[in-house]
Design a protein around this ligand. Structure first.
Ligand SMILES: NC(=O)c1ccc[n+]([C@@H]2O[C@H](COP(=O)([O-])OP(=O)(O)OC[C@H]3O[C@@H](n4cnc5c(N)ncnc54)[C@H](O)[C@@H]3O)[C@@H](O)[C@H]2O)c1
Length: 440
């Protein structure tokens, strides 16, 4: 990529290329629109299933994206349905009542697409039904709950191969993460061998429930019938980052965990600690605990020449102090400027620095120079980014309408779901779980 050419279009392109690079992922063809209302330039009509916390977060963003219009919403819980309608503000028709009421919504011929943000155990059937009803699908992470559901979804997607399927792993749509992945691909971290990630909180992870009858509906995350616990809800985001950084899926996972602190009737662990092993000895270490929030959540991606510490909205690059010779050649070419180099070693360099600083000193100016230099190499995108949630939704609608590449296609979601399911199996059994051998 050359200077001047680094635009959002390039970012979307590079995001798609990077997406394809992860986890042995097959290239995904952009889908041509099926229905007349989703031909290029027209408005995508969509329905929304599950207007709870995440659903409303998405609807809030969708309300600002003119390429689509919400014509229907479906939720079995009246207060959430109402909140969804108010959030989107497009006066959608509502569907409620039985858990299969969404199928009535899917019968609508004037609907091009469906977005799904229901509890995990419901994802697979809803995705399959939506695809078979001819709708493009956006489904929240984790893509599916049980191992066999993955292949069932794949079959439905293959039978409806012109439909877009996008998974809600929003880091895939983050400019910051895409910059980080470009840095990795361009060698800024050297040989990347290790990802350490944690998602630590200090609360019980429960939602308040007034009517005890609603406990399982509202606190579905606590119960194994519906939930994959911390692995599905939190690790899913971070192990996907490791898959992306390594450009591979794990080969095995070992883990532990337990209900050791919040002994309140929950069925899922309040702490999990797992190690994923990738090809060539690379590893990812993940922990999630609900009794200390000190380290919060981020991913630390480590190579023999540097480290990236990254989370949504913030990324730092740290250079290794010792410049190592690789292949007999000292790799001093990546970073320019002695002060910047020193800064990167000692305090780190922000990936998304604040351009609006006033009264810039010498160091600030040198940092600015470094950012421009990164941009000139096509590593850094100067364009003002949208937040990843907005980007993933905009990307979904653009894929349907204009055939744009999909930021987080099915294969990435499937690789991610396998990590969650095998991780939980390792925790439950105490045994190392190996990935199935790939057919030759
Ligand atoms: N991408 C992210 O960062 C992110 C963040 C939070 C949640 N999520 C995902 O979003 C999904 C929903 O999580 P949440 O926190 O919004 O849960 P929630 O409980 O707040 O919302 C789920 C909604 O689905 C409704 N529902 C359940 N069964 C239904 C059915 N059969 N038909 C119609 N509606 C039904 C519930 O009534 C509820 O309103 C989960 O898969 C979760 O992992 C993703």
């Amino acid at each position: 990529m050359k200077k001047k050419d680094v635009t959002r279009r390039d970012f979307l392109k590079s995001a798609a290329v990077a997406a394809v690079a992860a986890g042995g992922v097959r290239p995904v063809k952009a889908a041509p629109a099926l229905l007349s209302s989703s031909s290029p330039g027209s408005t995508v009509h969509y329905g929304f299933i599950g207007t709870g916390t995440e659903g409303c977060d998405l609807l809030k963003r969708l309300a600002t994206i003119p390429e689509g219009r919400c014509i229907a919403t479906c939720d079995i819980y009246a207060p959430n349905l109402k909140r969804g309608v108010e959030t989107i503000g497009s006066n959608p028709q509502t569907y409620t009542g039985s858990p299969t009421e969404y199928r009535r919504m899917l019968e609508r011929k004037d609907m091009d697409a469906v977005l799904i943000a229901t509890p995990l155990n419901e994802h697979a059937q809803m995705v399959i039904d939506s695809l078979n009803a001819g709708k493009h699908v956006f489904v929240e992470k984790t893509m599916y709950f049980k191992e066999e559901e993955g292949e069932a979804i794949r079959k439905a997607a293959e039978a409806n191969s012109k439909l877009v399927v996008q998974i809600g792993l929003q880091r895939r749509s983050s400019v910051l993460y895409n910059v980080a992945m470009q840095m990795i691909r361009k060698g800024a971290l050297g040989k990347v061998m290790f990802v350490r990630a944690q998602w630590h909180r200090n609360n019980n992870w429960r939602r308040p429930v007034r009517d005890p009858q609603k406990e399982r509906l509202i606190n579905w995350r606590m119960y194994r019938e519906y939930s994959g616990g911390l692995m599905a809800e939190l690790a899913s985001h971070q192990v996907d980052v490791a898959n992306w950084a390594f450009g591979a899926e794990p080969v095995s996972v070992m883990g532990t965990g337990g209900i050791d602190y919040w002994k309140d009737g929950r069925e899922v662990c309040d702490n999990v600690e797992v190690i994923f092993r990738y090809p060539e000895g690379r590893k990812m270490l993940f922990s999630s605990i609900l009794y200390n929030a000190h380290f919060g959540f981020n991913e630390q991606i480590m190579g023999d020449r540097g480290t990236l510490i990254i989370t949504i909205g913030k990324g730092m690059y740290y250079r290794e102090a010792v410049a190592k010779a690789t292949n007999g050649k000292a790799k001093e070419d990546w970073w320019a400027g002695a002060t910047v180099t020193e800064q990167a070693v000692q305090k780190g360099i922000p990936l998304f620095p604040d351009e609006a600083q006033r009264n810039q000193g010498f160091l600030d100016r040198e940092l600015l120079y470094a950012r421009r230099w990164l941009a000139s190499m096509g590593i850094y995108d100067y364009e003002e980014p949208h937040e990843p949630y907005w980007m993933e939704l905009s990307n979904f609608l653009a894929s349907i309408r204009d055939g744009k590449p999909i930021a987080c296609p099915l294969e990435i979601g499937m690789a991610d779901a396998r990590c969650v399911i095998y991780g939980n199996r390792a925790i439950d059994t105490g045994a190392t779980v190996n990935w199935p051998k790939k057919e030759a």
